[in-house]
Ligand binder design. Structure first.
Ligand code: SF4
Ligand code: ZN
Ligand code: ZN
Length: 350
């Protein structure tokens, strides 16, 4: 994920500080020692963060605890995890996934019967993912979390870079899907295969509140509103061959994930993916960030609105009959799964 800027500084005189290579989308007001603004919660330490949607001014310690409690609250609200779950975290090496790993490792200490492991998918994006993997490995090692790396090349015989070249050749005239559209389908499959092979109960991904709000709007923009019924914090229906997915960061705004990572000195990859800017998601992100600046709490309201209408949408979506893809055998709704149809169209699979 990429950001625009992180603004830190003393109250009243904000200035920018680069946080690694990362840029964060909107104002984080740092109230330095000079300001003597006390934390709303502990009323002792100096505040370092002004939470626009609640008005709270938080010290570093209370801010971090508030994020960990928010994640605990989300997990229990959606009954995402059980005390004896084997959990696999999808760790790309970016700030969201590495932060999720740190928070879950902390929470997991309270549940001795639960276990945590991590997986990184190497899509094959030169100069980007190879760097990110180093951060994933480093953080897993630090936390003592078992870690596996799987790749598009090993699973599907093609790197994303190669796929992008083929897409550009094939779709030069009529235009076509973006690299992210292919990448998303292949990565979901790769993660599911890794989770299934590791026999875990849950696969945790690091989608934050911003990701979720963007996805809701993107579904509308794509004319696929009923899809909102299928994008949930917890995919709780049990399906053969599909590992249940959970999104414990889904109620934490992206900038708060980044600030948490900064305060906890978590190391992550800061360079954005070279293909990210080609996605419509990027435009939706910019638009939502602008709106959130003016109307604090808007992303959360959007997320909760989708939650409210989801039961009605679920009734409208016919219970789709799940069958096995006739080419790869994975669970799908039609004869051929999305991945096979995409790769066959490009003559990568026959
Ligand atoms: Fe894949 Fe797009 Fe994410 Fe890059 S930005 S890793 S291409 S989904
Ligand atoms: Zn405090
Ligand atoms: Zn298939």
């Amino acid at each position: 994920m990429d950001f625009e800027c992180l603004r830190l500084g003393t109250a009243g005189s904000q200035h920018r500080i680069e946080l690694s290579n990362h840029r964060i989308a909107s104002n984080i007001v740092y109230c330095g020692d000079l300001s003597m603004v006390k934390c709303t919660l502990c009323k002792r330490r100096n505040a370092v963060y002004l939470r626009p949607y609640s008005g709270e001014k938080l010290c570093a310690k209370c801010f971090c605890i508030s994020i960990e409690n928010k994640v605990r609250g989300t997990i229990s609200e959606y009954e995402m995890l059980q005390p004896n779950d084997k959990i696999m975290v999808a760790v790309s090496g970016g700030k969201d996934s590495v932060t999720l790993l740190h928070i879950l490792a902390k929470i997991e200490k309270d549940y001795p019967r639960a276990s945590l492991q991590a997986v990184t998918v190497d899509e094959g994006i030169r100069g980007y993912r190879d760097q990110a993997i180093k951060f994933a490995v480093k953080n897993c090692r630090k936390l003592g979390v078992e870690h596996v790396v799987t790749s598009f090349k090993d699973l599907f015989g093609v790197k994303l870079d190669e796929l992008v070249r083929i897409i550009q050749e094939k779709t030069r005239e009529k235009g076509g899907l973006t690299p992210c559209a292919y990448c998303g389908v292949l990565r979901r499959r790769a993660l599911n295969i890794a989770a299934r092979e590791a026999s875990v109960d849950k696969l945790a991904t690091a989608h934050n509140l911003d990701d979720e709000a963007q996805t809701i709007l993107l579904n509308m923009v794509h004319g696929d509103a009923l899809r909102i019924a299928r994008v949930k914090p917890f995919l709780n229906e049990r399906r053969v061959r599909l590992v249940q997915r959970v999104k414990p960061l889904c109620e934490v705004p992206e900038k708060e994930v980044a600030f948490y990572a900064y305060l906890r000195r978590i190391e992550f990859q800061g360079v954005p993916c070279p293909y990210a800017s080609t996605a419509l998601r990027n435009d939706v992100r910019v638009m939502l960030n602008r709106m959130e600046e003016k109307h604090a709490g808007l992303k959360f309201t959007l997320f909760k609105s989708a939650e409210r209408i989801r039961p009605a949408l679920e009734k409208m979506v016919e219970e789709s009959k799940l069958v096995e893809c006739k080419f790869c055998g994975e669970t799908t709704v039609g004869d051929v799964c999305k991945l096979c149809s995409m790769l066959r169209e490009l003559n990568i699979l026959h």
